[in-house]
Design a protein. Structure first.
Length: 251
């Protein structure tokens, strides 16, 4: 399989997984033009589309794509009904595309109906997890997003986290503000800063890397707990998750 990320808008990535025969899976096409250009350039044949949630920067290209490929199956949560979805999928469903079986799991938080698609090593997680961060809570609660992170954290270390935005540098600046002396966070921040200075991508990332540098995956880490407890005394990991998300909102 070949994994491709197509830049869209200011900081979106549309993911495309293609096989050696040129058939491809498209994930969250917020914009049609760059996808159609890539299809033409690579001579791909679209086999399916996955939608993680209903926001326009993830579904805005659907109308044009379906005009070009009216028979393509589109898998998404109930909240994407009316956005082009032909097959509504929920937690526990399995989908076979390009000979790969994808598991669907519910990850509310960013939106209430947000889902992720996973077939090792590929995790298409939309706006749930970003490298070094998590999605804004537009519809869900911190507790829901925490539970969504618990699900992702249970995946193998070698999982490739394919998130939908290039937010890594901003997330690492925030992480450094919370744990300024953490050597792994500082090393990764410097690496990301260099990549972005060269206009290079920071994604996808391995989950094993995120376990070290993503504060939202470290809510049971004694070092982070001690730091948080300098300001407040929170007993539960989901409370610490909520504290971090509120801090990030104001950062």
């Amino acid at each position: 399989m070949n994994l491709n990320s197509i830049p869209a808008f200011q900081d979106n990535y549309i993911w495309v997984l293609s096989n050696d025969e040129g058939r491809c899976l498209i994930v969250d096409p917020g914009e049609a033009a760059p996808v159609l250009d890539a299809i033409k350039e690579n001579q791909w044949q679209p086999a399916a589309i996955f939608l993680t949630h209903h926001h326009n920067d993830h579904v805005g290209g659907m109308k044009t794509l379906l005009q070009q490929y009216p028979d393509i199956p589109v898998y998404g949560p109930a909240e994407t009904q009316g956005k082009g979805t032909t097959e509504i999928v929920t937690e526990g469903d399995k989908i076979t595309v390009l000979g790969m079986e994808f598991a669907v799991f519910s990850t509310p938080g960013h939106t209430l109906g947000h889902i992720c698609f996973f077939s090792f090593p590929y995790l298409f997680c939309g706006d749930t997890m970003f490298s070094g961060g998590c999605g804004r809570l537009f519809e869900g609660t911190p507790e829901q997003m925490y539970q969504s992170f618990v699900k992702i954290a249970a995946l193998p270390d070698e999982t490739l986290v394919c998130c939908a935005h290039e937010y890594t540098l901003a997330n690492m600046k925030f992480a450094r503000s919370i744990l300024p002396h953490d050597s792994l966070i500082n090393d990764y921040y410097n690496k990301v800063k260099d990549l972005r200075a060269k206009k290079e991508k920071t994604l996808p990332v391995f989950l094993k890397n995120e376990r070290h540098i993503n504060l939202f995956l470290r809510t049971q880490d004694p070092v982070l707990i001690d730091q948080i407890n300098k300001e407040t005394n929170l007993q539960q990991p989901e409370q610490r998750f909520a504290w971090l998300r509120a801090k990030k909102d104001d950062f």
